[in-house]
Design a protein around this ligand. Structure first.
Ligand code: BF8
Length: 648
């Protein structure tokens, strides 16, 4: 039977219902600092299309109880909320105080974030396992060197074994990490001994990736853990199982399957869409789908079909983190970050937006209903009303077949493009990407030693990771780019992942020419190496690359991670994944600056614990500063203080 016969295109009531009502909109210059986004926001306004910015503005004022973290829905005696005003209730029906409710809510956010990263990691491990047994077409082991290094790290013998045999044993060992009984995760061997001892003493050594997430759900059930400090410690432990577990597995095994990133030149922003080609946007997170779709889009048969329908070619582009995955390894252009997903469709030039999991707005099908774009979901875990679903089971040759079917549908949709609705912005920016830890070491002549030396000498003052999302509460990309510019101006090297990285790529900060905006030390270093002052290190799970780099630097100096002149920042974050990331970065000993207020202010104790108390134990804390210029000052002071203590 022809596979096309199986596709059920559901007609949702919202399908083709373009939003016509008048919406009071903020000026586009207040919504985004990206000129491509501004242009398309104007177009959305003219065409009556609702975007995330409209919906955010319609939500205001947002729920004050929710903003403070004071609403509890964990049992059916509620919902309860604590009223911070004098005469309001101060306890939930069970007796839970603001401390308990705020801590429980935050923990559930960490659990969701850690689960998302780790389930992504699990999917990659499972594909490696199937690949090792020849049970899946379209995938291969691309980086044998990394495969062997990882196998050795996991205590496996590699001598005399085929890559497939090593891959099978490694995949089994990493699958075991999700429910291991040995009491710790194998990747912790990368962490300086001092920090591991600290985690052991405090009781937050992660014991298994799934276990810590499950334990959060247990402890936050009605009537279990009611001590906010004890709760927060479990939050840190679960987040560590993400950063040094699920995320790290996702990164490392994606490198094994698709190749470790190397430095390359790429293109960014919506100007990468082509007026005379079939445009396919790959949006979501896992490289398993995007790698195969971009691979089959080069097959002669599909290219011939594109010619037949009048297109000059097939243009595969990324968006959000799956965009980062394919640009890091294949150099494919990235069309935009989180807040540009709807705008991409509003260009009228996208034949198909193919999605897998995470950060995909359910509004996409509504927006697509006003254009010819097909939204194609591919994961059994993530379906969308009115989207076309083509299941991408990674078994046998189904992934390949599904990818071909997706590309064919996109090609056949090209003649449906309505030329009068097309508006492709001219904004397109070249940038350098592919800065994996290995690629950085290679650029430095084979090891991280020279980087440590320039930090010691003060040529560069320290390293800051700017990561995370867009959030319509913040002018799109403004906080990312302003913070990055301020920091490089102070001779601080910036490394980035996720939507933050896409923001700085679009703004030209990832071009070697951006060295001119850096301070004298960093600028000279960039010129000498031919690199930009802001380095793209990948997707959000690739923050594990930054953690490995920090651990390696600390080990080389014989100190703890918390002794190093490092910081992390999430100026525009919005997701629960970002909360988990922030928690594991702090628990690993790195100061974290947040640009959006987390929902904890309803508890003075939890707020004090995370912004001050935690530093006494972990050697790192959170700070909140929405102004990126003031934020850069805070970070710079932190880095100089660390340098002083280190005596460098
Ligand atoms: O994992 S930065 S909006 S795309 S959550 Fe999502 Fe945030 Fe973007 Fe990547 Ni990360």
């Amino acid at each position: 039977m022809d596979r096309d016969d199986n596709i059920k295109e559901q007609k949702h009531p919202l399908w083709n219902a373009c939003i016509q009502k008048e919406i009071e909109r903020k000026p586009v210059a207040e919504r985004s600092s990206d000129p491509a986004s501004q242009l398309l926001l104007e177009k959305a306004s003219r065409e009556g299309i609702e975007t995330a910015w409209d919906r955010y503005e319609a939500q205001n004022p947002q729920c004050g109880f929710g903003e403070l973290g004071l609403c509890c829905r964990n049992c059916l005696m509620g919902p309860c909320r604590i009223d911070p005003l004098e005469n309001g209730p101060k306890k939930g029906v069970c007796g839970a105080t603001s401390d308990i409710i705020v801590a429980r809510n935050l923990l559930r956010m960490i659990a969701a974030g850690a689960a998302a990263h780790s389930d992504h990691g699990r999917d990659v491990v499972e594909v490696l396992y199937l690949t090792s047994q020849g049970k899946i077409a379209g995938y291969a082991i691309k980086d044998e060197k990394k495969l062997k290094a990882l196998a050795t790290e996991f205590g496996l013998e590699v001598q005399g074994k085929s890559p497939e045999e090593i891959a099978r044993q490694l995949a089994e060992a990493i699958l075991d990490e999700f429910g291991t009984r040995k009491g710790y995760l194998q990747f912790l061997s990368r962490v300086p001994q001092k920090r591991r001892n600290l985690w052991e003493t405090v009781g937050i050594t992660p014991r298994g990736i799934d276990r810590e997430i499950v334990e959060i759900m247990h402890r936050t059930h009605i009537g279990v853990d009611n001590d906010y400090v004890n709760l927060m410690l479990q939050g840190l432990r679960a987040s560590l199982s993400d950063g040094w577990g699920g995320s790290m597995a996702a990164t490392e095994l994606s490198d094994v399957l698709f190749g470790s990133p190397q430095i390359k030149t790429c293109q960014s922003n919506l100007g990468v869409l082509k007026a005379d080609e079939v445009n396919i946007i790959l949006h979501g997170h896992e490289p398993l789908l995007s790698e195969i779709v971009s691979q089959v889009a080069t097959e002669p048969e599909l290219l011939a079909l594109a010619k037949e329908v009048g297109a000059k070619g097939i243009n595969c582009l990324g968006m959000c983190c799956t965009g980062n995955e394919i640009l890091m390894r294949r150099g494919l252009p990235v069309a935009g970050n989180f807040l540009q997903q709807e705008l991409a469709i509003i260009t009228g030039a996208v034949e198909a937006m193919v999605v897998d999991v995470q950060c995909i707005m359910p509004s996409l099908t509504t927006v697509a209903g006003c254009y010819h774009t097909k939204i194609i979901s591919t994961s059994a875990k993530a379906k969308f009303p009115a989207a076309l679903h083509i299941d991408f089971h990674e078994k046998g040759d189904q992934a390949l077949q599904a990818a071909r079917q997706i590309v064919r549908l996109a090609v056949l949709n090209y003649p449906n493009r309505q030329q009068q609705k097309v508006c492709i912005p001219e904004n397109r920016m070249e940038f350098m990407a592919g800065f994996s830890k290995e690629a950085i070491a290679e650029a430095l002549g084979g090891s991280l030693g020279p980087l440590i030396e320039v930090i010691k000498s003060g040529t560069i003052r320290g390293i800051v990771a700017i990561v995370g999302c867009n959030n319509p509460k913040v002018k799109q990309d403004f906080a990312h780019t302003t913070l990055a510019k301020e920091l490089i101006g102070k001779d601080i090297l910036v490394v980035e992942t996720g939507c933050a990285a896409i923001a700085c790529a679009k703004a030209g900060l990832m071009r070697p020419e951006a060295a001119a905006q850096a301070g004298p030390g960093l600028s000279a270093l960039c010129r000498q190496l031919g690199i930009p002052p802001v380095l793209h290190m990948g997707s959000c799970v690739d923050i594990s690359r930054i953690m490995s780099l920090a651990a390696e630097a600390a080990n080389a100096l014989g100190v703890d991670i918390s002794d190093l002149p490092l910081a992390g920042a999430a100026p525009e974050y919005m997701s629960e994944k970002a909360i988990s990331i922030g928690a594991y970065v702090v628990a690993s000993g790195i100061f974290v600056l947040l640009g959006v207020v987390p929902p904890i202010l309803g508890s003075q104790n939890v707020t004090h614990l995370l912004s001050q108390g935690v530093e006494k134990v972990m050697g790192a804390r959170f700070a909140v500063e929405p102004d990126p210029i003031a934020g850069a000052k805070l970070i710079s002071e932190h880095i100089e203080a660390k340098r002083k203590v280190l005596g460098i």
